[in-house]
Design a protein around this ligand. Sequence first.
Ligand SMILES: Cc1cc2nc3c(=O)[nH]c(=O)nc-3n(C[C@H](O)[C@H](O)[C@H](O)COP(=O)(O)O)c2cc1C
Length: 142
Amino acid sequence: MKKIAVIYWSGTGNTEAMAKAIAEGAQNANTEVSLLSVDQASMDDVINADSIAFGCPSMGAEVLEESEMEPFIESIEGELSGKPVALFGSYGWGNGEWMQDWVERMNGCKAKVIGEGLIIMGAPSDPDLEECKTLGIELSEV
Ligand SMILES: Cc1cc2nc3c(=O)[nH]c(=O)nc-3n(C[C@H](O)[C@H](O)[C@H](O)COP(=O)(O)O)c2cc1C
């Protein structure tokens, strides 16, 4: 059975709502999905997953959240070569630069990045959540 991990940080719940929809989309008869906030996640969750979705909103000044998500990503970067990875997150007022940088960074780790990073302004609407589910389906099919 294919193992999928959805690992995210969310301060006010917007990225968490995206994570839940992605996990829902990824869930099918042939997948085992772990939905984990980053404080619950370990390197083994990354190593053991066949494909992974990482989620984090734009924080600081167009960067990943710095106390939990950034150190986690830094710690597992060496484990991503060849692994299918989807990125997602919510943002407020910027231009999505944090996501562009994150995609570039994952490409640098030789992860197989799916799409260009799914970004949603503020709280996801129902159509946004459908898009998240579709990303989850893609993740389960790679
Ligand atoms: C400390 C802080 C820094 C932020 N910096 C940015 C930023 O640089 N660019 C941006 O577009 N939004 C920024 N935001 C807005 C968040 O990305 C936005 O509120 C998002 O929906 C939060 O997602 P969450 O509910 O998953 O925490 C910032 C929010 C906070 C609290």
